[in-house]
Write a protein that binds this ligand. Sequence first.
Ligand SMILES: Cc1cc2nc3c(=O)[nH]c(=O)nc-3n(C[C@H](O)[C@H](O)[C@H](O)COP(=O)(O)OP(=O)(O)OC[C@H]3O[C@@H](n4cnc5c(N)ncnc54)[C@H](O)[C@@H]3O)c2cc1C
Length: 196
Amino acid sequence: MKVELNHAASPADLNAADAAIVAVGAHDVVIPVPGADSDKVVSSWDVLAGKVELTGRVAVIGGGLVGTETAEYLLQHGCEVAIVEMLDKIAAGESETILPLIMSDFAEHNVEQHVKTRLTAITDEGVEAIHTTEDGTEEPVRIACDYVVMAVGSKANAFDLDGVTVPVTCVGDCSGERTADIASAIRTAYHAANEL
Ligand SMILES: Cc1cc2nc3c(=O)[nH]c(=O)nc-3n(C[C@H](O)[C@H](O)[C@H](O)COP(=O)(O)OP(=O)(O)OC[C@H]3O[C@@H](n4cnc5c(N)ncnc54)[C@H](O)[C@@H]3O)c2cc1C
């Protein structure tokens, strides 16, 4: 098997084969609110990959699995953390075995958990959001912070198939409406390979 690294695949590369399987993954998304292009906004993927080092107060936008994991990472690196989540629960989908450990860690480190809270803007001082109370009333929330970490999901990477003449199957995170997980990437790749 030939492996070529440091090479972005082109239509010509694909056409040189009898068939192609495209597995170009996904990218993380940013909520397009005012201030989203500020220097204080960073990606959770970059934080977890150690590409950026944060200090001080950090607001993590998105309390799903990636946001929760990022919050734990930031706590271990001495940051003060607040999480802003639109749904009524942080870490929805986390295993019932692990969740209590995460919550006790968050309690010990005074992590602010703003649930039912939707980000509306990023300012020099921090973030602005709207919290929806039990009776449906909307109230403004302001969280002062030095950095804002986006952990609001991912979107499939597009691969330009213009000029590609061989049969192509997309697998993994680039293949569907929603990005998924490693098991799904392996499963879709296995089926695609079996179809050849
Ligand atoms: C922070 C985070 C934590 C996660 N934790 C888990 C977890 O605990 N368990 C789990 O199951 N899943 C987890 N996932 C999801 C999992 O990482 C993905 O679902 C999985 O990696 C998808 O595999 P893939 O092969 O489709 O894409 P990727 O693993 O993203 O691989 C795509 C590859 O394609 C390369 N590429 C892109 N464009 C081109 C091009 N034009 N030419 C050549 N190469 C190209 C990229 O450089 C990349 O190496 C996590 C995701 C994130 C972001």
